[in-house]
Design a protein around this ligand. Structure first.
Ligand SMILES: Nc1ncnc2c1ncn2[C@@H]1O[C@H](COP(=O)(O)OP(=O)(O)OP(=O)(O)O)[C@@H](O)[C@H]1O
Length: 331
């Protein structure tokens, strides 16, 4: 049975789950989740506290068994018994609130995990140096862990997670509580790991923590994976652009001129400004033509700017659209 399922599953997906469900007594923490993570991407799992992210990550890391459903890594099914030891070797899992040992130095801590992963003595020293260099903690190798800053501790946690050279990383809230410099440092390390070919899943309740680094964002609500969106989706979405147009003349004259352009879908007046926010269906050259025609009609245009929509606005719009239409989203 497993063989047949494996054969039909898409092995270009680094991670795929089918009907993945976790129930604690009568509470369903993860509900029939169909996660798809492509090889080499950084996938952000976003959801408010209690949405089910940690339960999801624990199942992906084989730290907890699903109540129902299946997990596949590169087309191979993950099972909790010893039959999946080959898959587990390639997973690095950084749990939320993982323990750091206060009486160890940075070096001893990493050396301890290298031994746990049975990295041979001849390779261990080199590997500890490699990860220390990657997370930029070489200078701290002889420091006791309690003397590290929060950002350094998070980077040490990441170093521990990659010590055995996994190809899939599961990071549960790795940058929560870090200041912007520490977040930037952490993010640039993740980008290096992605460039090295790793597939990374990051869980966080804070969308901005994810949008700064992820290539796809999945949204969890009440245990369901309710949406996911890729950078490509966003580009498609942007085929309808928003343009801010400000006139030094009458707004009604601008509205009359806009109504003659078939690519102008609708507009909104901006309160206390002589401006309109215009939803425009054309591409960039069409918007140049629109500006030219407004000027040729004698309108005193003071401002004509594309408004960049951020991920938060787009995701919110998609959520509202799903809720109102109970249907698939189309930009
Ligand atoms: N071991 C457990 N026993 C019973 N209920 C649990 C257990 N672990 C989690 N839950 C419940 O499952 C739901 C999802 O919890 P989970 O920790 O997966 O969410 P989360 O999105 O990671 O939240 P947070 O951001 O706060 O970590 C919550 O209602 C939680 O109370």
């Amino acid at each position: 049975m497993t063989q047949q399922i494996t054969a039909t599953h898409n092995s270009t997906l680094a991670i795929a789950t089918y009907g993945l469900t976790k129930r604690y007594d009568r509470h369903i923490a993860v509900n029939e989740v169909e996660l798809r993570v492509k090889s080499g991407e950084i996938y952000g799992l976003m959801g408010v506290n209690g949405a089910g992210k940690t339960s999801m990550m624990k199942m992906l890391a084989a730290a907890e068994s699903p109540t129902k459903g299946e997990i596949y890594y590169n087309g191979d099914r993950l099972l909790l018994d010893s039959s999946s030891s080959n898959i587990k070797k390639y997973i690095g899992y950084l749990p939320d609130n993982y323990p750091l040992y206060d009486d160890l130095t940075v070096w001893d801590y990493l050396d301890y995990f290298a031994r746990l992963y049975k990295i041979p003595a001849s390779r261990r020293r080199v590997r500890v140096y490699e990860v220390l260099e990657l997370v930029k903690l070489e200078d701290k190798r002889n420091s006791l862990i309690p003397t590290l800053s929060r950002g350094m501790k998070q980077r040490l946690g990441l170093a521990r997670t990659i010590i055995h050279e996994p190809i899939i990383l599961l990071l549960d809230e790795p940058i929560s509580g870090l200041d912007s410099i520490a977040r930037n440092q952490f993010r640039s390390i993740l980008q290096v790991l992605q460039e090295a070919g790793m597939t990374i899943v990051i869980a966080s309740p804070i969308l901005r923590d994810l949008t700064e680094v992820c290539t796809t964002i999945g949204i969890m609500e009440y245990g369901f994976l309710v949406d996911d969106i890729t950078l490509t989706d966003i580009k498609q979405y942007k085929t309808s652009q928003q343009i801010l147009v400000t006139t030094l003349g009458e707004l009604t004259a601008l509205e009359t001129a806009l109504s003659k352009n078939s690519l102008v879908k609708e507009w909104q007046r901006i309160p206390n400004k002589n401006s309109l926010q215009v939803k425009f269906l054309g591409g960039e050259s069409d918007s140049v033509n629109l500006l030219r025609s407004l000027i040729e009609q004698g309108l005193p245009i003071a401002e004509f700017n594309q408004i960049e929509e951020d991920w938060e606005t787009i995701l919110l719009k998609r959520r509202n659209y799903f809720n109102e239409n109970n249907d698939a989203f189309s930009p």
